[in-house]
Write a protein that binds this ligand. Structure first.
Ligand code: ZN
Length: 571
């Protein structure tokens, strides 16, 4: 009732504006119109920027100038400006309510390449009790914005436009003069000027869209042949390689949902059993963090030589680990249940298509489930003449957790979790579904491991997730919930598993001893016996944020290891 009442009041108030600010309306109501019209553009800033920062004031001023100026025009120019500004504002606020922050390049890329299943999965996570009133208030504000006209003389309009222009130029000038790193980046690439600005509802949609299209434009070339400076390896040198290498990428699977990391709910009993019964060949590795909280940024970083200090397209001159595996004599395959080829080119598809064979659907239109994709791995292993390098990307724990590849997760997985919950423990429906999904993944992985090692004892099997998940909320949230979104399960099986543990120890950062899985290619090469020097950036942990920026961990961040063992590099 309160929201509806407010909406009604706003409409009454704004309907006066059909008089379009004729000079004889009361000054007070004029001020009210302007303030309500400004509100959807200014109020959201308070939720994403620190109030005490001078930059927040700057962006408030930029936004207010934009809006007030657009209110001063008439005719088609006014209509055009108001439509553009309103669309951007709606996109910003929708994103703010759903993901906790304005529309970001990471989200925009994901939206453009996503498949319908993922979109409907996200609907499960929306809190409609917040979304609906917020959107009604926003529409009320935009209605006032649309119907408000500020009569200004042409001279005043010109002066106001000039003021806005100077205001917009002040930021790059300031950065150029006082920030050497930003200056270097601008000199390197003029487009960096657009990266400098923070998003505000007035232009969020257009800034993010132009950066997204720019990044897409820059990503057209395929991976090159170069090796980065720190990877001076001689492939011809390699001997004693495992017969087959199988790497499984989980999806949205958080570290602490696996009992190997101490969760009292045993959602992964088969893996736990393998881990405890084969300690010499089954290594669980702790403190592994995904390079980014979203698939698009994370998967390609784990299979190519681009660190979290760079954008994906900056690593395209280098080769990737799939190409290197082929050079080592492996036949390479990428098997996935994720939408690989969508209307939008993705870097995951770019890495995937580096493989000689790509399987992304069933052969005769049959269902294509994670289970079927795992069977495909066994199939490929059985019918081959040469060593196999296979990557399997599961759909895993992506929302909706109760559905896997269009199929309801079988009830016995749910039962397995339900019977473990003590009577007084509280587990939400989302958590229950999530753990049940991990239980299904556990079954699929267990079956696959059996097949891999039945086919060839001398294999290397590696499992990690592309990123974590905030159960019931998703991933790629703003602000990021670091441990939930980045900490991932990681284990290796085979005679080289211990080598992989040691290799990873040499890639942990100095402060938190975390391993950034962006260095998976280097770690795999080291595990296989090649001499790779960890690059400088390993020392300081960074991740690639959903906003398309390199970020460090906050000063007060700390991580609780489940396995307190030696974490020193032995090289
Ligand atoms: Zn993902």
């Amino acid at each position: 009732m309160g929201v509806v009442g407010m909406q009604h009041a706003k409409q009454l108030l704004c309907s006066n504006s059909h008089m379009a600010w004729t000079m004889n309306t009361f000054p007070l109501s004029r001020i009210l119109f302007v303030l309500i019209g400004l509100s959807p553009f200014l109020v959201p800033l308070v939720f994403v920027m620190p109030i005490s920062s001078p930059f927040t004031l700057y962006y408030m001023l930029v936004s207010a100038s934009f809006i007030l100026l657009s209110m001063s025009f008439t005719g088609w120019l006014s209509a055009l400006l108001k439509i553009l500004l309103s669309l951007s504002c709606l996109a910003s606020i929708l994103s703010l309510v759903i993901s906790g922050g304005f529309l970001a390049t990471g989200a925009m890329h994901s939206i453009l390449l996503t498949n319908p299943d993922e979109v409907t999965g996200y609907f499960q996570l929306i809190d409609w009790r917040i979304l609906l009133p917020t959107m009604m208030l926003t529409l009320g504000g935009l209605y006032c914005f649309w119907h408000t006209h500020i009569p200004l003389t042409n001279l005043t309009k010109a002066m106001a436009s000039l003021f806005l222009l100077v205001l917009l130029c002040a930021l790059p000038v300031f950065k150029w003069m006082f920030d050497a790193e930003e200056k270097r980046l601008i000199q390197q690439d003029k487009m960096h000027l657009i990266y400098l600005y923070q998003d505000v509802p007035a232009y969020n949609l257009y800034r993010v869209a132009s950066l997204t299209f720019y990044e897409r434009f820059k990503s057209h070339i395929q991976y090159g042949n170069e090796l980065p400076k720190h990877v001076q390896i001689d492939i011809a040198d390699t001997e004693n390689l495992p017969q087959n290498i199988v790497i499984v990428i989980g999806e949205s699977s958080r570290r602490d949902a696996y009992s190997m990391y101490g969760n009292p709910i045993d959602a992964s009993p088969q893996l736990m059993l393998r881990h405890t019964s084969q300690p010499n060949t089954f290594s669980v590795i702790d403190g592994v963090f995904a390079p980014a909280p979203n698939t698009r940024e994370s998967v390609p970083r784990s299979f190519s030589f681009v660190s979290t200090d760079e954008r994906l397209y900056q690593g395209l001159t280098y080769t990737n680990i799939i190409n290197l595996a082929r050079t080592m004599g492996y036949q390479t395959s990428w098997i996935t249940t994720q939408a690989l080829y969508t209307r939008w080119d993705s870097f995951t598809a770019k890495v995937a298509t580096s493989a000689e064979r790509v399987f992304h659907k069933s052969e005769h239109g049959q269902p294509w489930h994670d289970r079927d994709a795992a069977n495909k791995v066994s199939d490929v292993l059985k019918h081959n003449q040469q060593p196999q390098f296979i990557v399997l990307h599961l759909s895993g724990e992506h929302a909706d957790y109760a559905i896997r590849n269009g199929e309801t997760v079988p009830s016995h997985h749910r039962q397995a979790i339900v019977q473990q919950i003590p009577n007084n423990a509280l587990l939400s429906q989302a958590e229950l579904s999530y753990f049940s999904s991990v239980h299904l993944t556990d079954t699929i992985l267990d079956g696959l491991i059996r097949e891999v090692f039945a086919d060839e004892q001398d294999s290397l099997f590696v499992y990690f997730s592309d990123h974590g998940e905030v159960i019931g909320k998703g991933h790629g949230l703003q602000p990021i919930q670091i441990e939930d979104e980045l900490a991932i399960p990681y284990f290796a099986i085979g005679r080289l598993a211990k080598n992989m543990t040691r290799a990873i120890d040499c890639y942990r950062d100095n402060k938190h001893h975390l391993f950034n899985n962006a260095h998976f290619p280097e770690v795999l090469l080291t595990t296989l016996g090649m001499k790779v020097e960890p690059p400088e950036q390993v020392k300081h942990f960074t991740y690639y944020s959903i906003k398309g920026e390199t970020r460090s961990l906050p000063d007060d961040f700390s991580f609780n290891f489940h396995y307190q063992k030696e974490r020193q590099c032995e090289q």
